[in-house]
Design a protein around this ligand. Structure first.
Ligand code: ADP
Ligand code: ADP
Ligand code: ZN
Length: 216
């Protein structure tokens, strides 16, 4: 099953992708996570990407397209994958289409997750992430058992640099301008299924599973 999760920052893509990945045993491919780890390790790509990420704009298409092309070749993508945060522009979607064609794969579903802007802001400003295993939390909506400590691995939680209010507004604008047009792009290919991303994490997961199993 080859899936794209599409939605604005804070829609719950990462949260839902991790649950789907565990359930269907297919990898989550998060370009944001791959880029953040490149920044932490100060690789050539990380150094190049950092300025774009800090300002809330998109990293150039060729950088992220390269990441995804390489990732899709790995053996664990054989039975499917969940793209989280990619594609984010029409040229990225075109490049993905070509890559998949070259690999003899099709996209099965594009799940568009919708959430009100005010809720997105509340979610992003309260988002925390485990520095070691990457599990996501929310200080109010999905708190860890012990403040600031990951339930799964006991490591510290941190706030992303780009989750501060100023950068966040820029990211929401970038989404509207550059990424939202992908909904029409994939609607034209009859791939889009929309899920209301508000309510409990479990209920939303169930809605997504229902949608993908319907068309599996
Ligand atoms: P995205 O990957 O789309 O940016 P995340 O999955 O990181 O979004 O979720 C953003 C924040 O909202 C996180 O702090 C997460 O814990 C929280 N969150 C995710 N889903 C829900 C939900 N259904 N209700 C409330 N908070 C949620
Ligand atoms: P969120 O889950 O909040 O939407 P991500 O973790 O997906 O955020 O992305 C964080 C940042 O990484 C983006 O603001 C952007 O700078 C960069 N990034 C991630 N994915 C892409 C992509 N597909 N194209 C360009 N930039 C990207
Ligand atoms: Zn952890």
């Amino acid at each position: 099953m080859n899936l794209i999760l599409l939605g604005p920052p804070g829609a719950g893509k990462g949260t839902q992708a991790k649950l789907l990945s565990a359930r269907f045993n297919i990898p989550q491919i998060s370009t944001g996570e791959i880029l953040r780890s490149a920044v932490r390790e100060s690789t050539v790509m990380g150094v190049r990407a950092k300025g774009f990420m800090d300002s809330g704009s998109l990293v150039p298409d060729e950088v992220v397209v390269g990441i995804v092309e390489e990732r899709l070749l790995k053996a664990d993508c054989q039975n499917g994958f969940i793209l989280d945060g990619f594609p984010r522009t029409i040229p990225q979607a075109d490049a993905l289409g070509q890559t998949l064609q070259g690999l003899g794969k099709d996209l099965n579903h594009v799940i568009a997750i919708t959430v009100d802007t005010n809720e997105l802001i509340a979610r992003i400003t309260g988002r925390r992430t485990c520095i070691k295993c990457g599990k996501g939390y929310h200080i109010t909506f999905d708190p860890p058992k012990v403040d600031g400590v990951c339930d799964l691995c006991g490591s510290d939680l941190c706030q992303r640099d780009d989750d501060k209010e100023e950068t966040l507004r820029m990211r929401l604008q970038v989404y509207d301008k550059q990424t939202e047009p992908l909904i029409s792009y994939y609607t034209a290919q009859s791939l889009v299924r929309t899920v209301l991303g508000q309510g409990s994490i479990e209920d939303i997961q169930r809605s997504i599973i229902n949608l993908v199993e319907e068309r599996a």
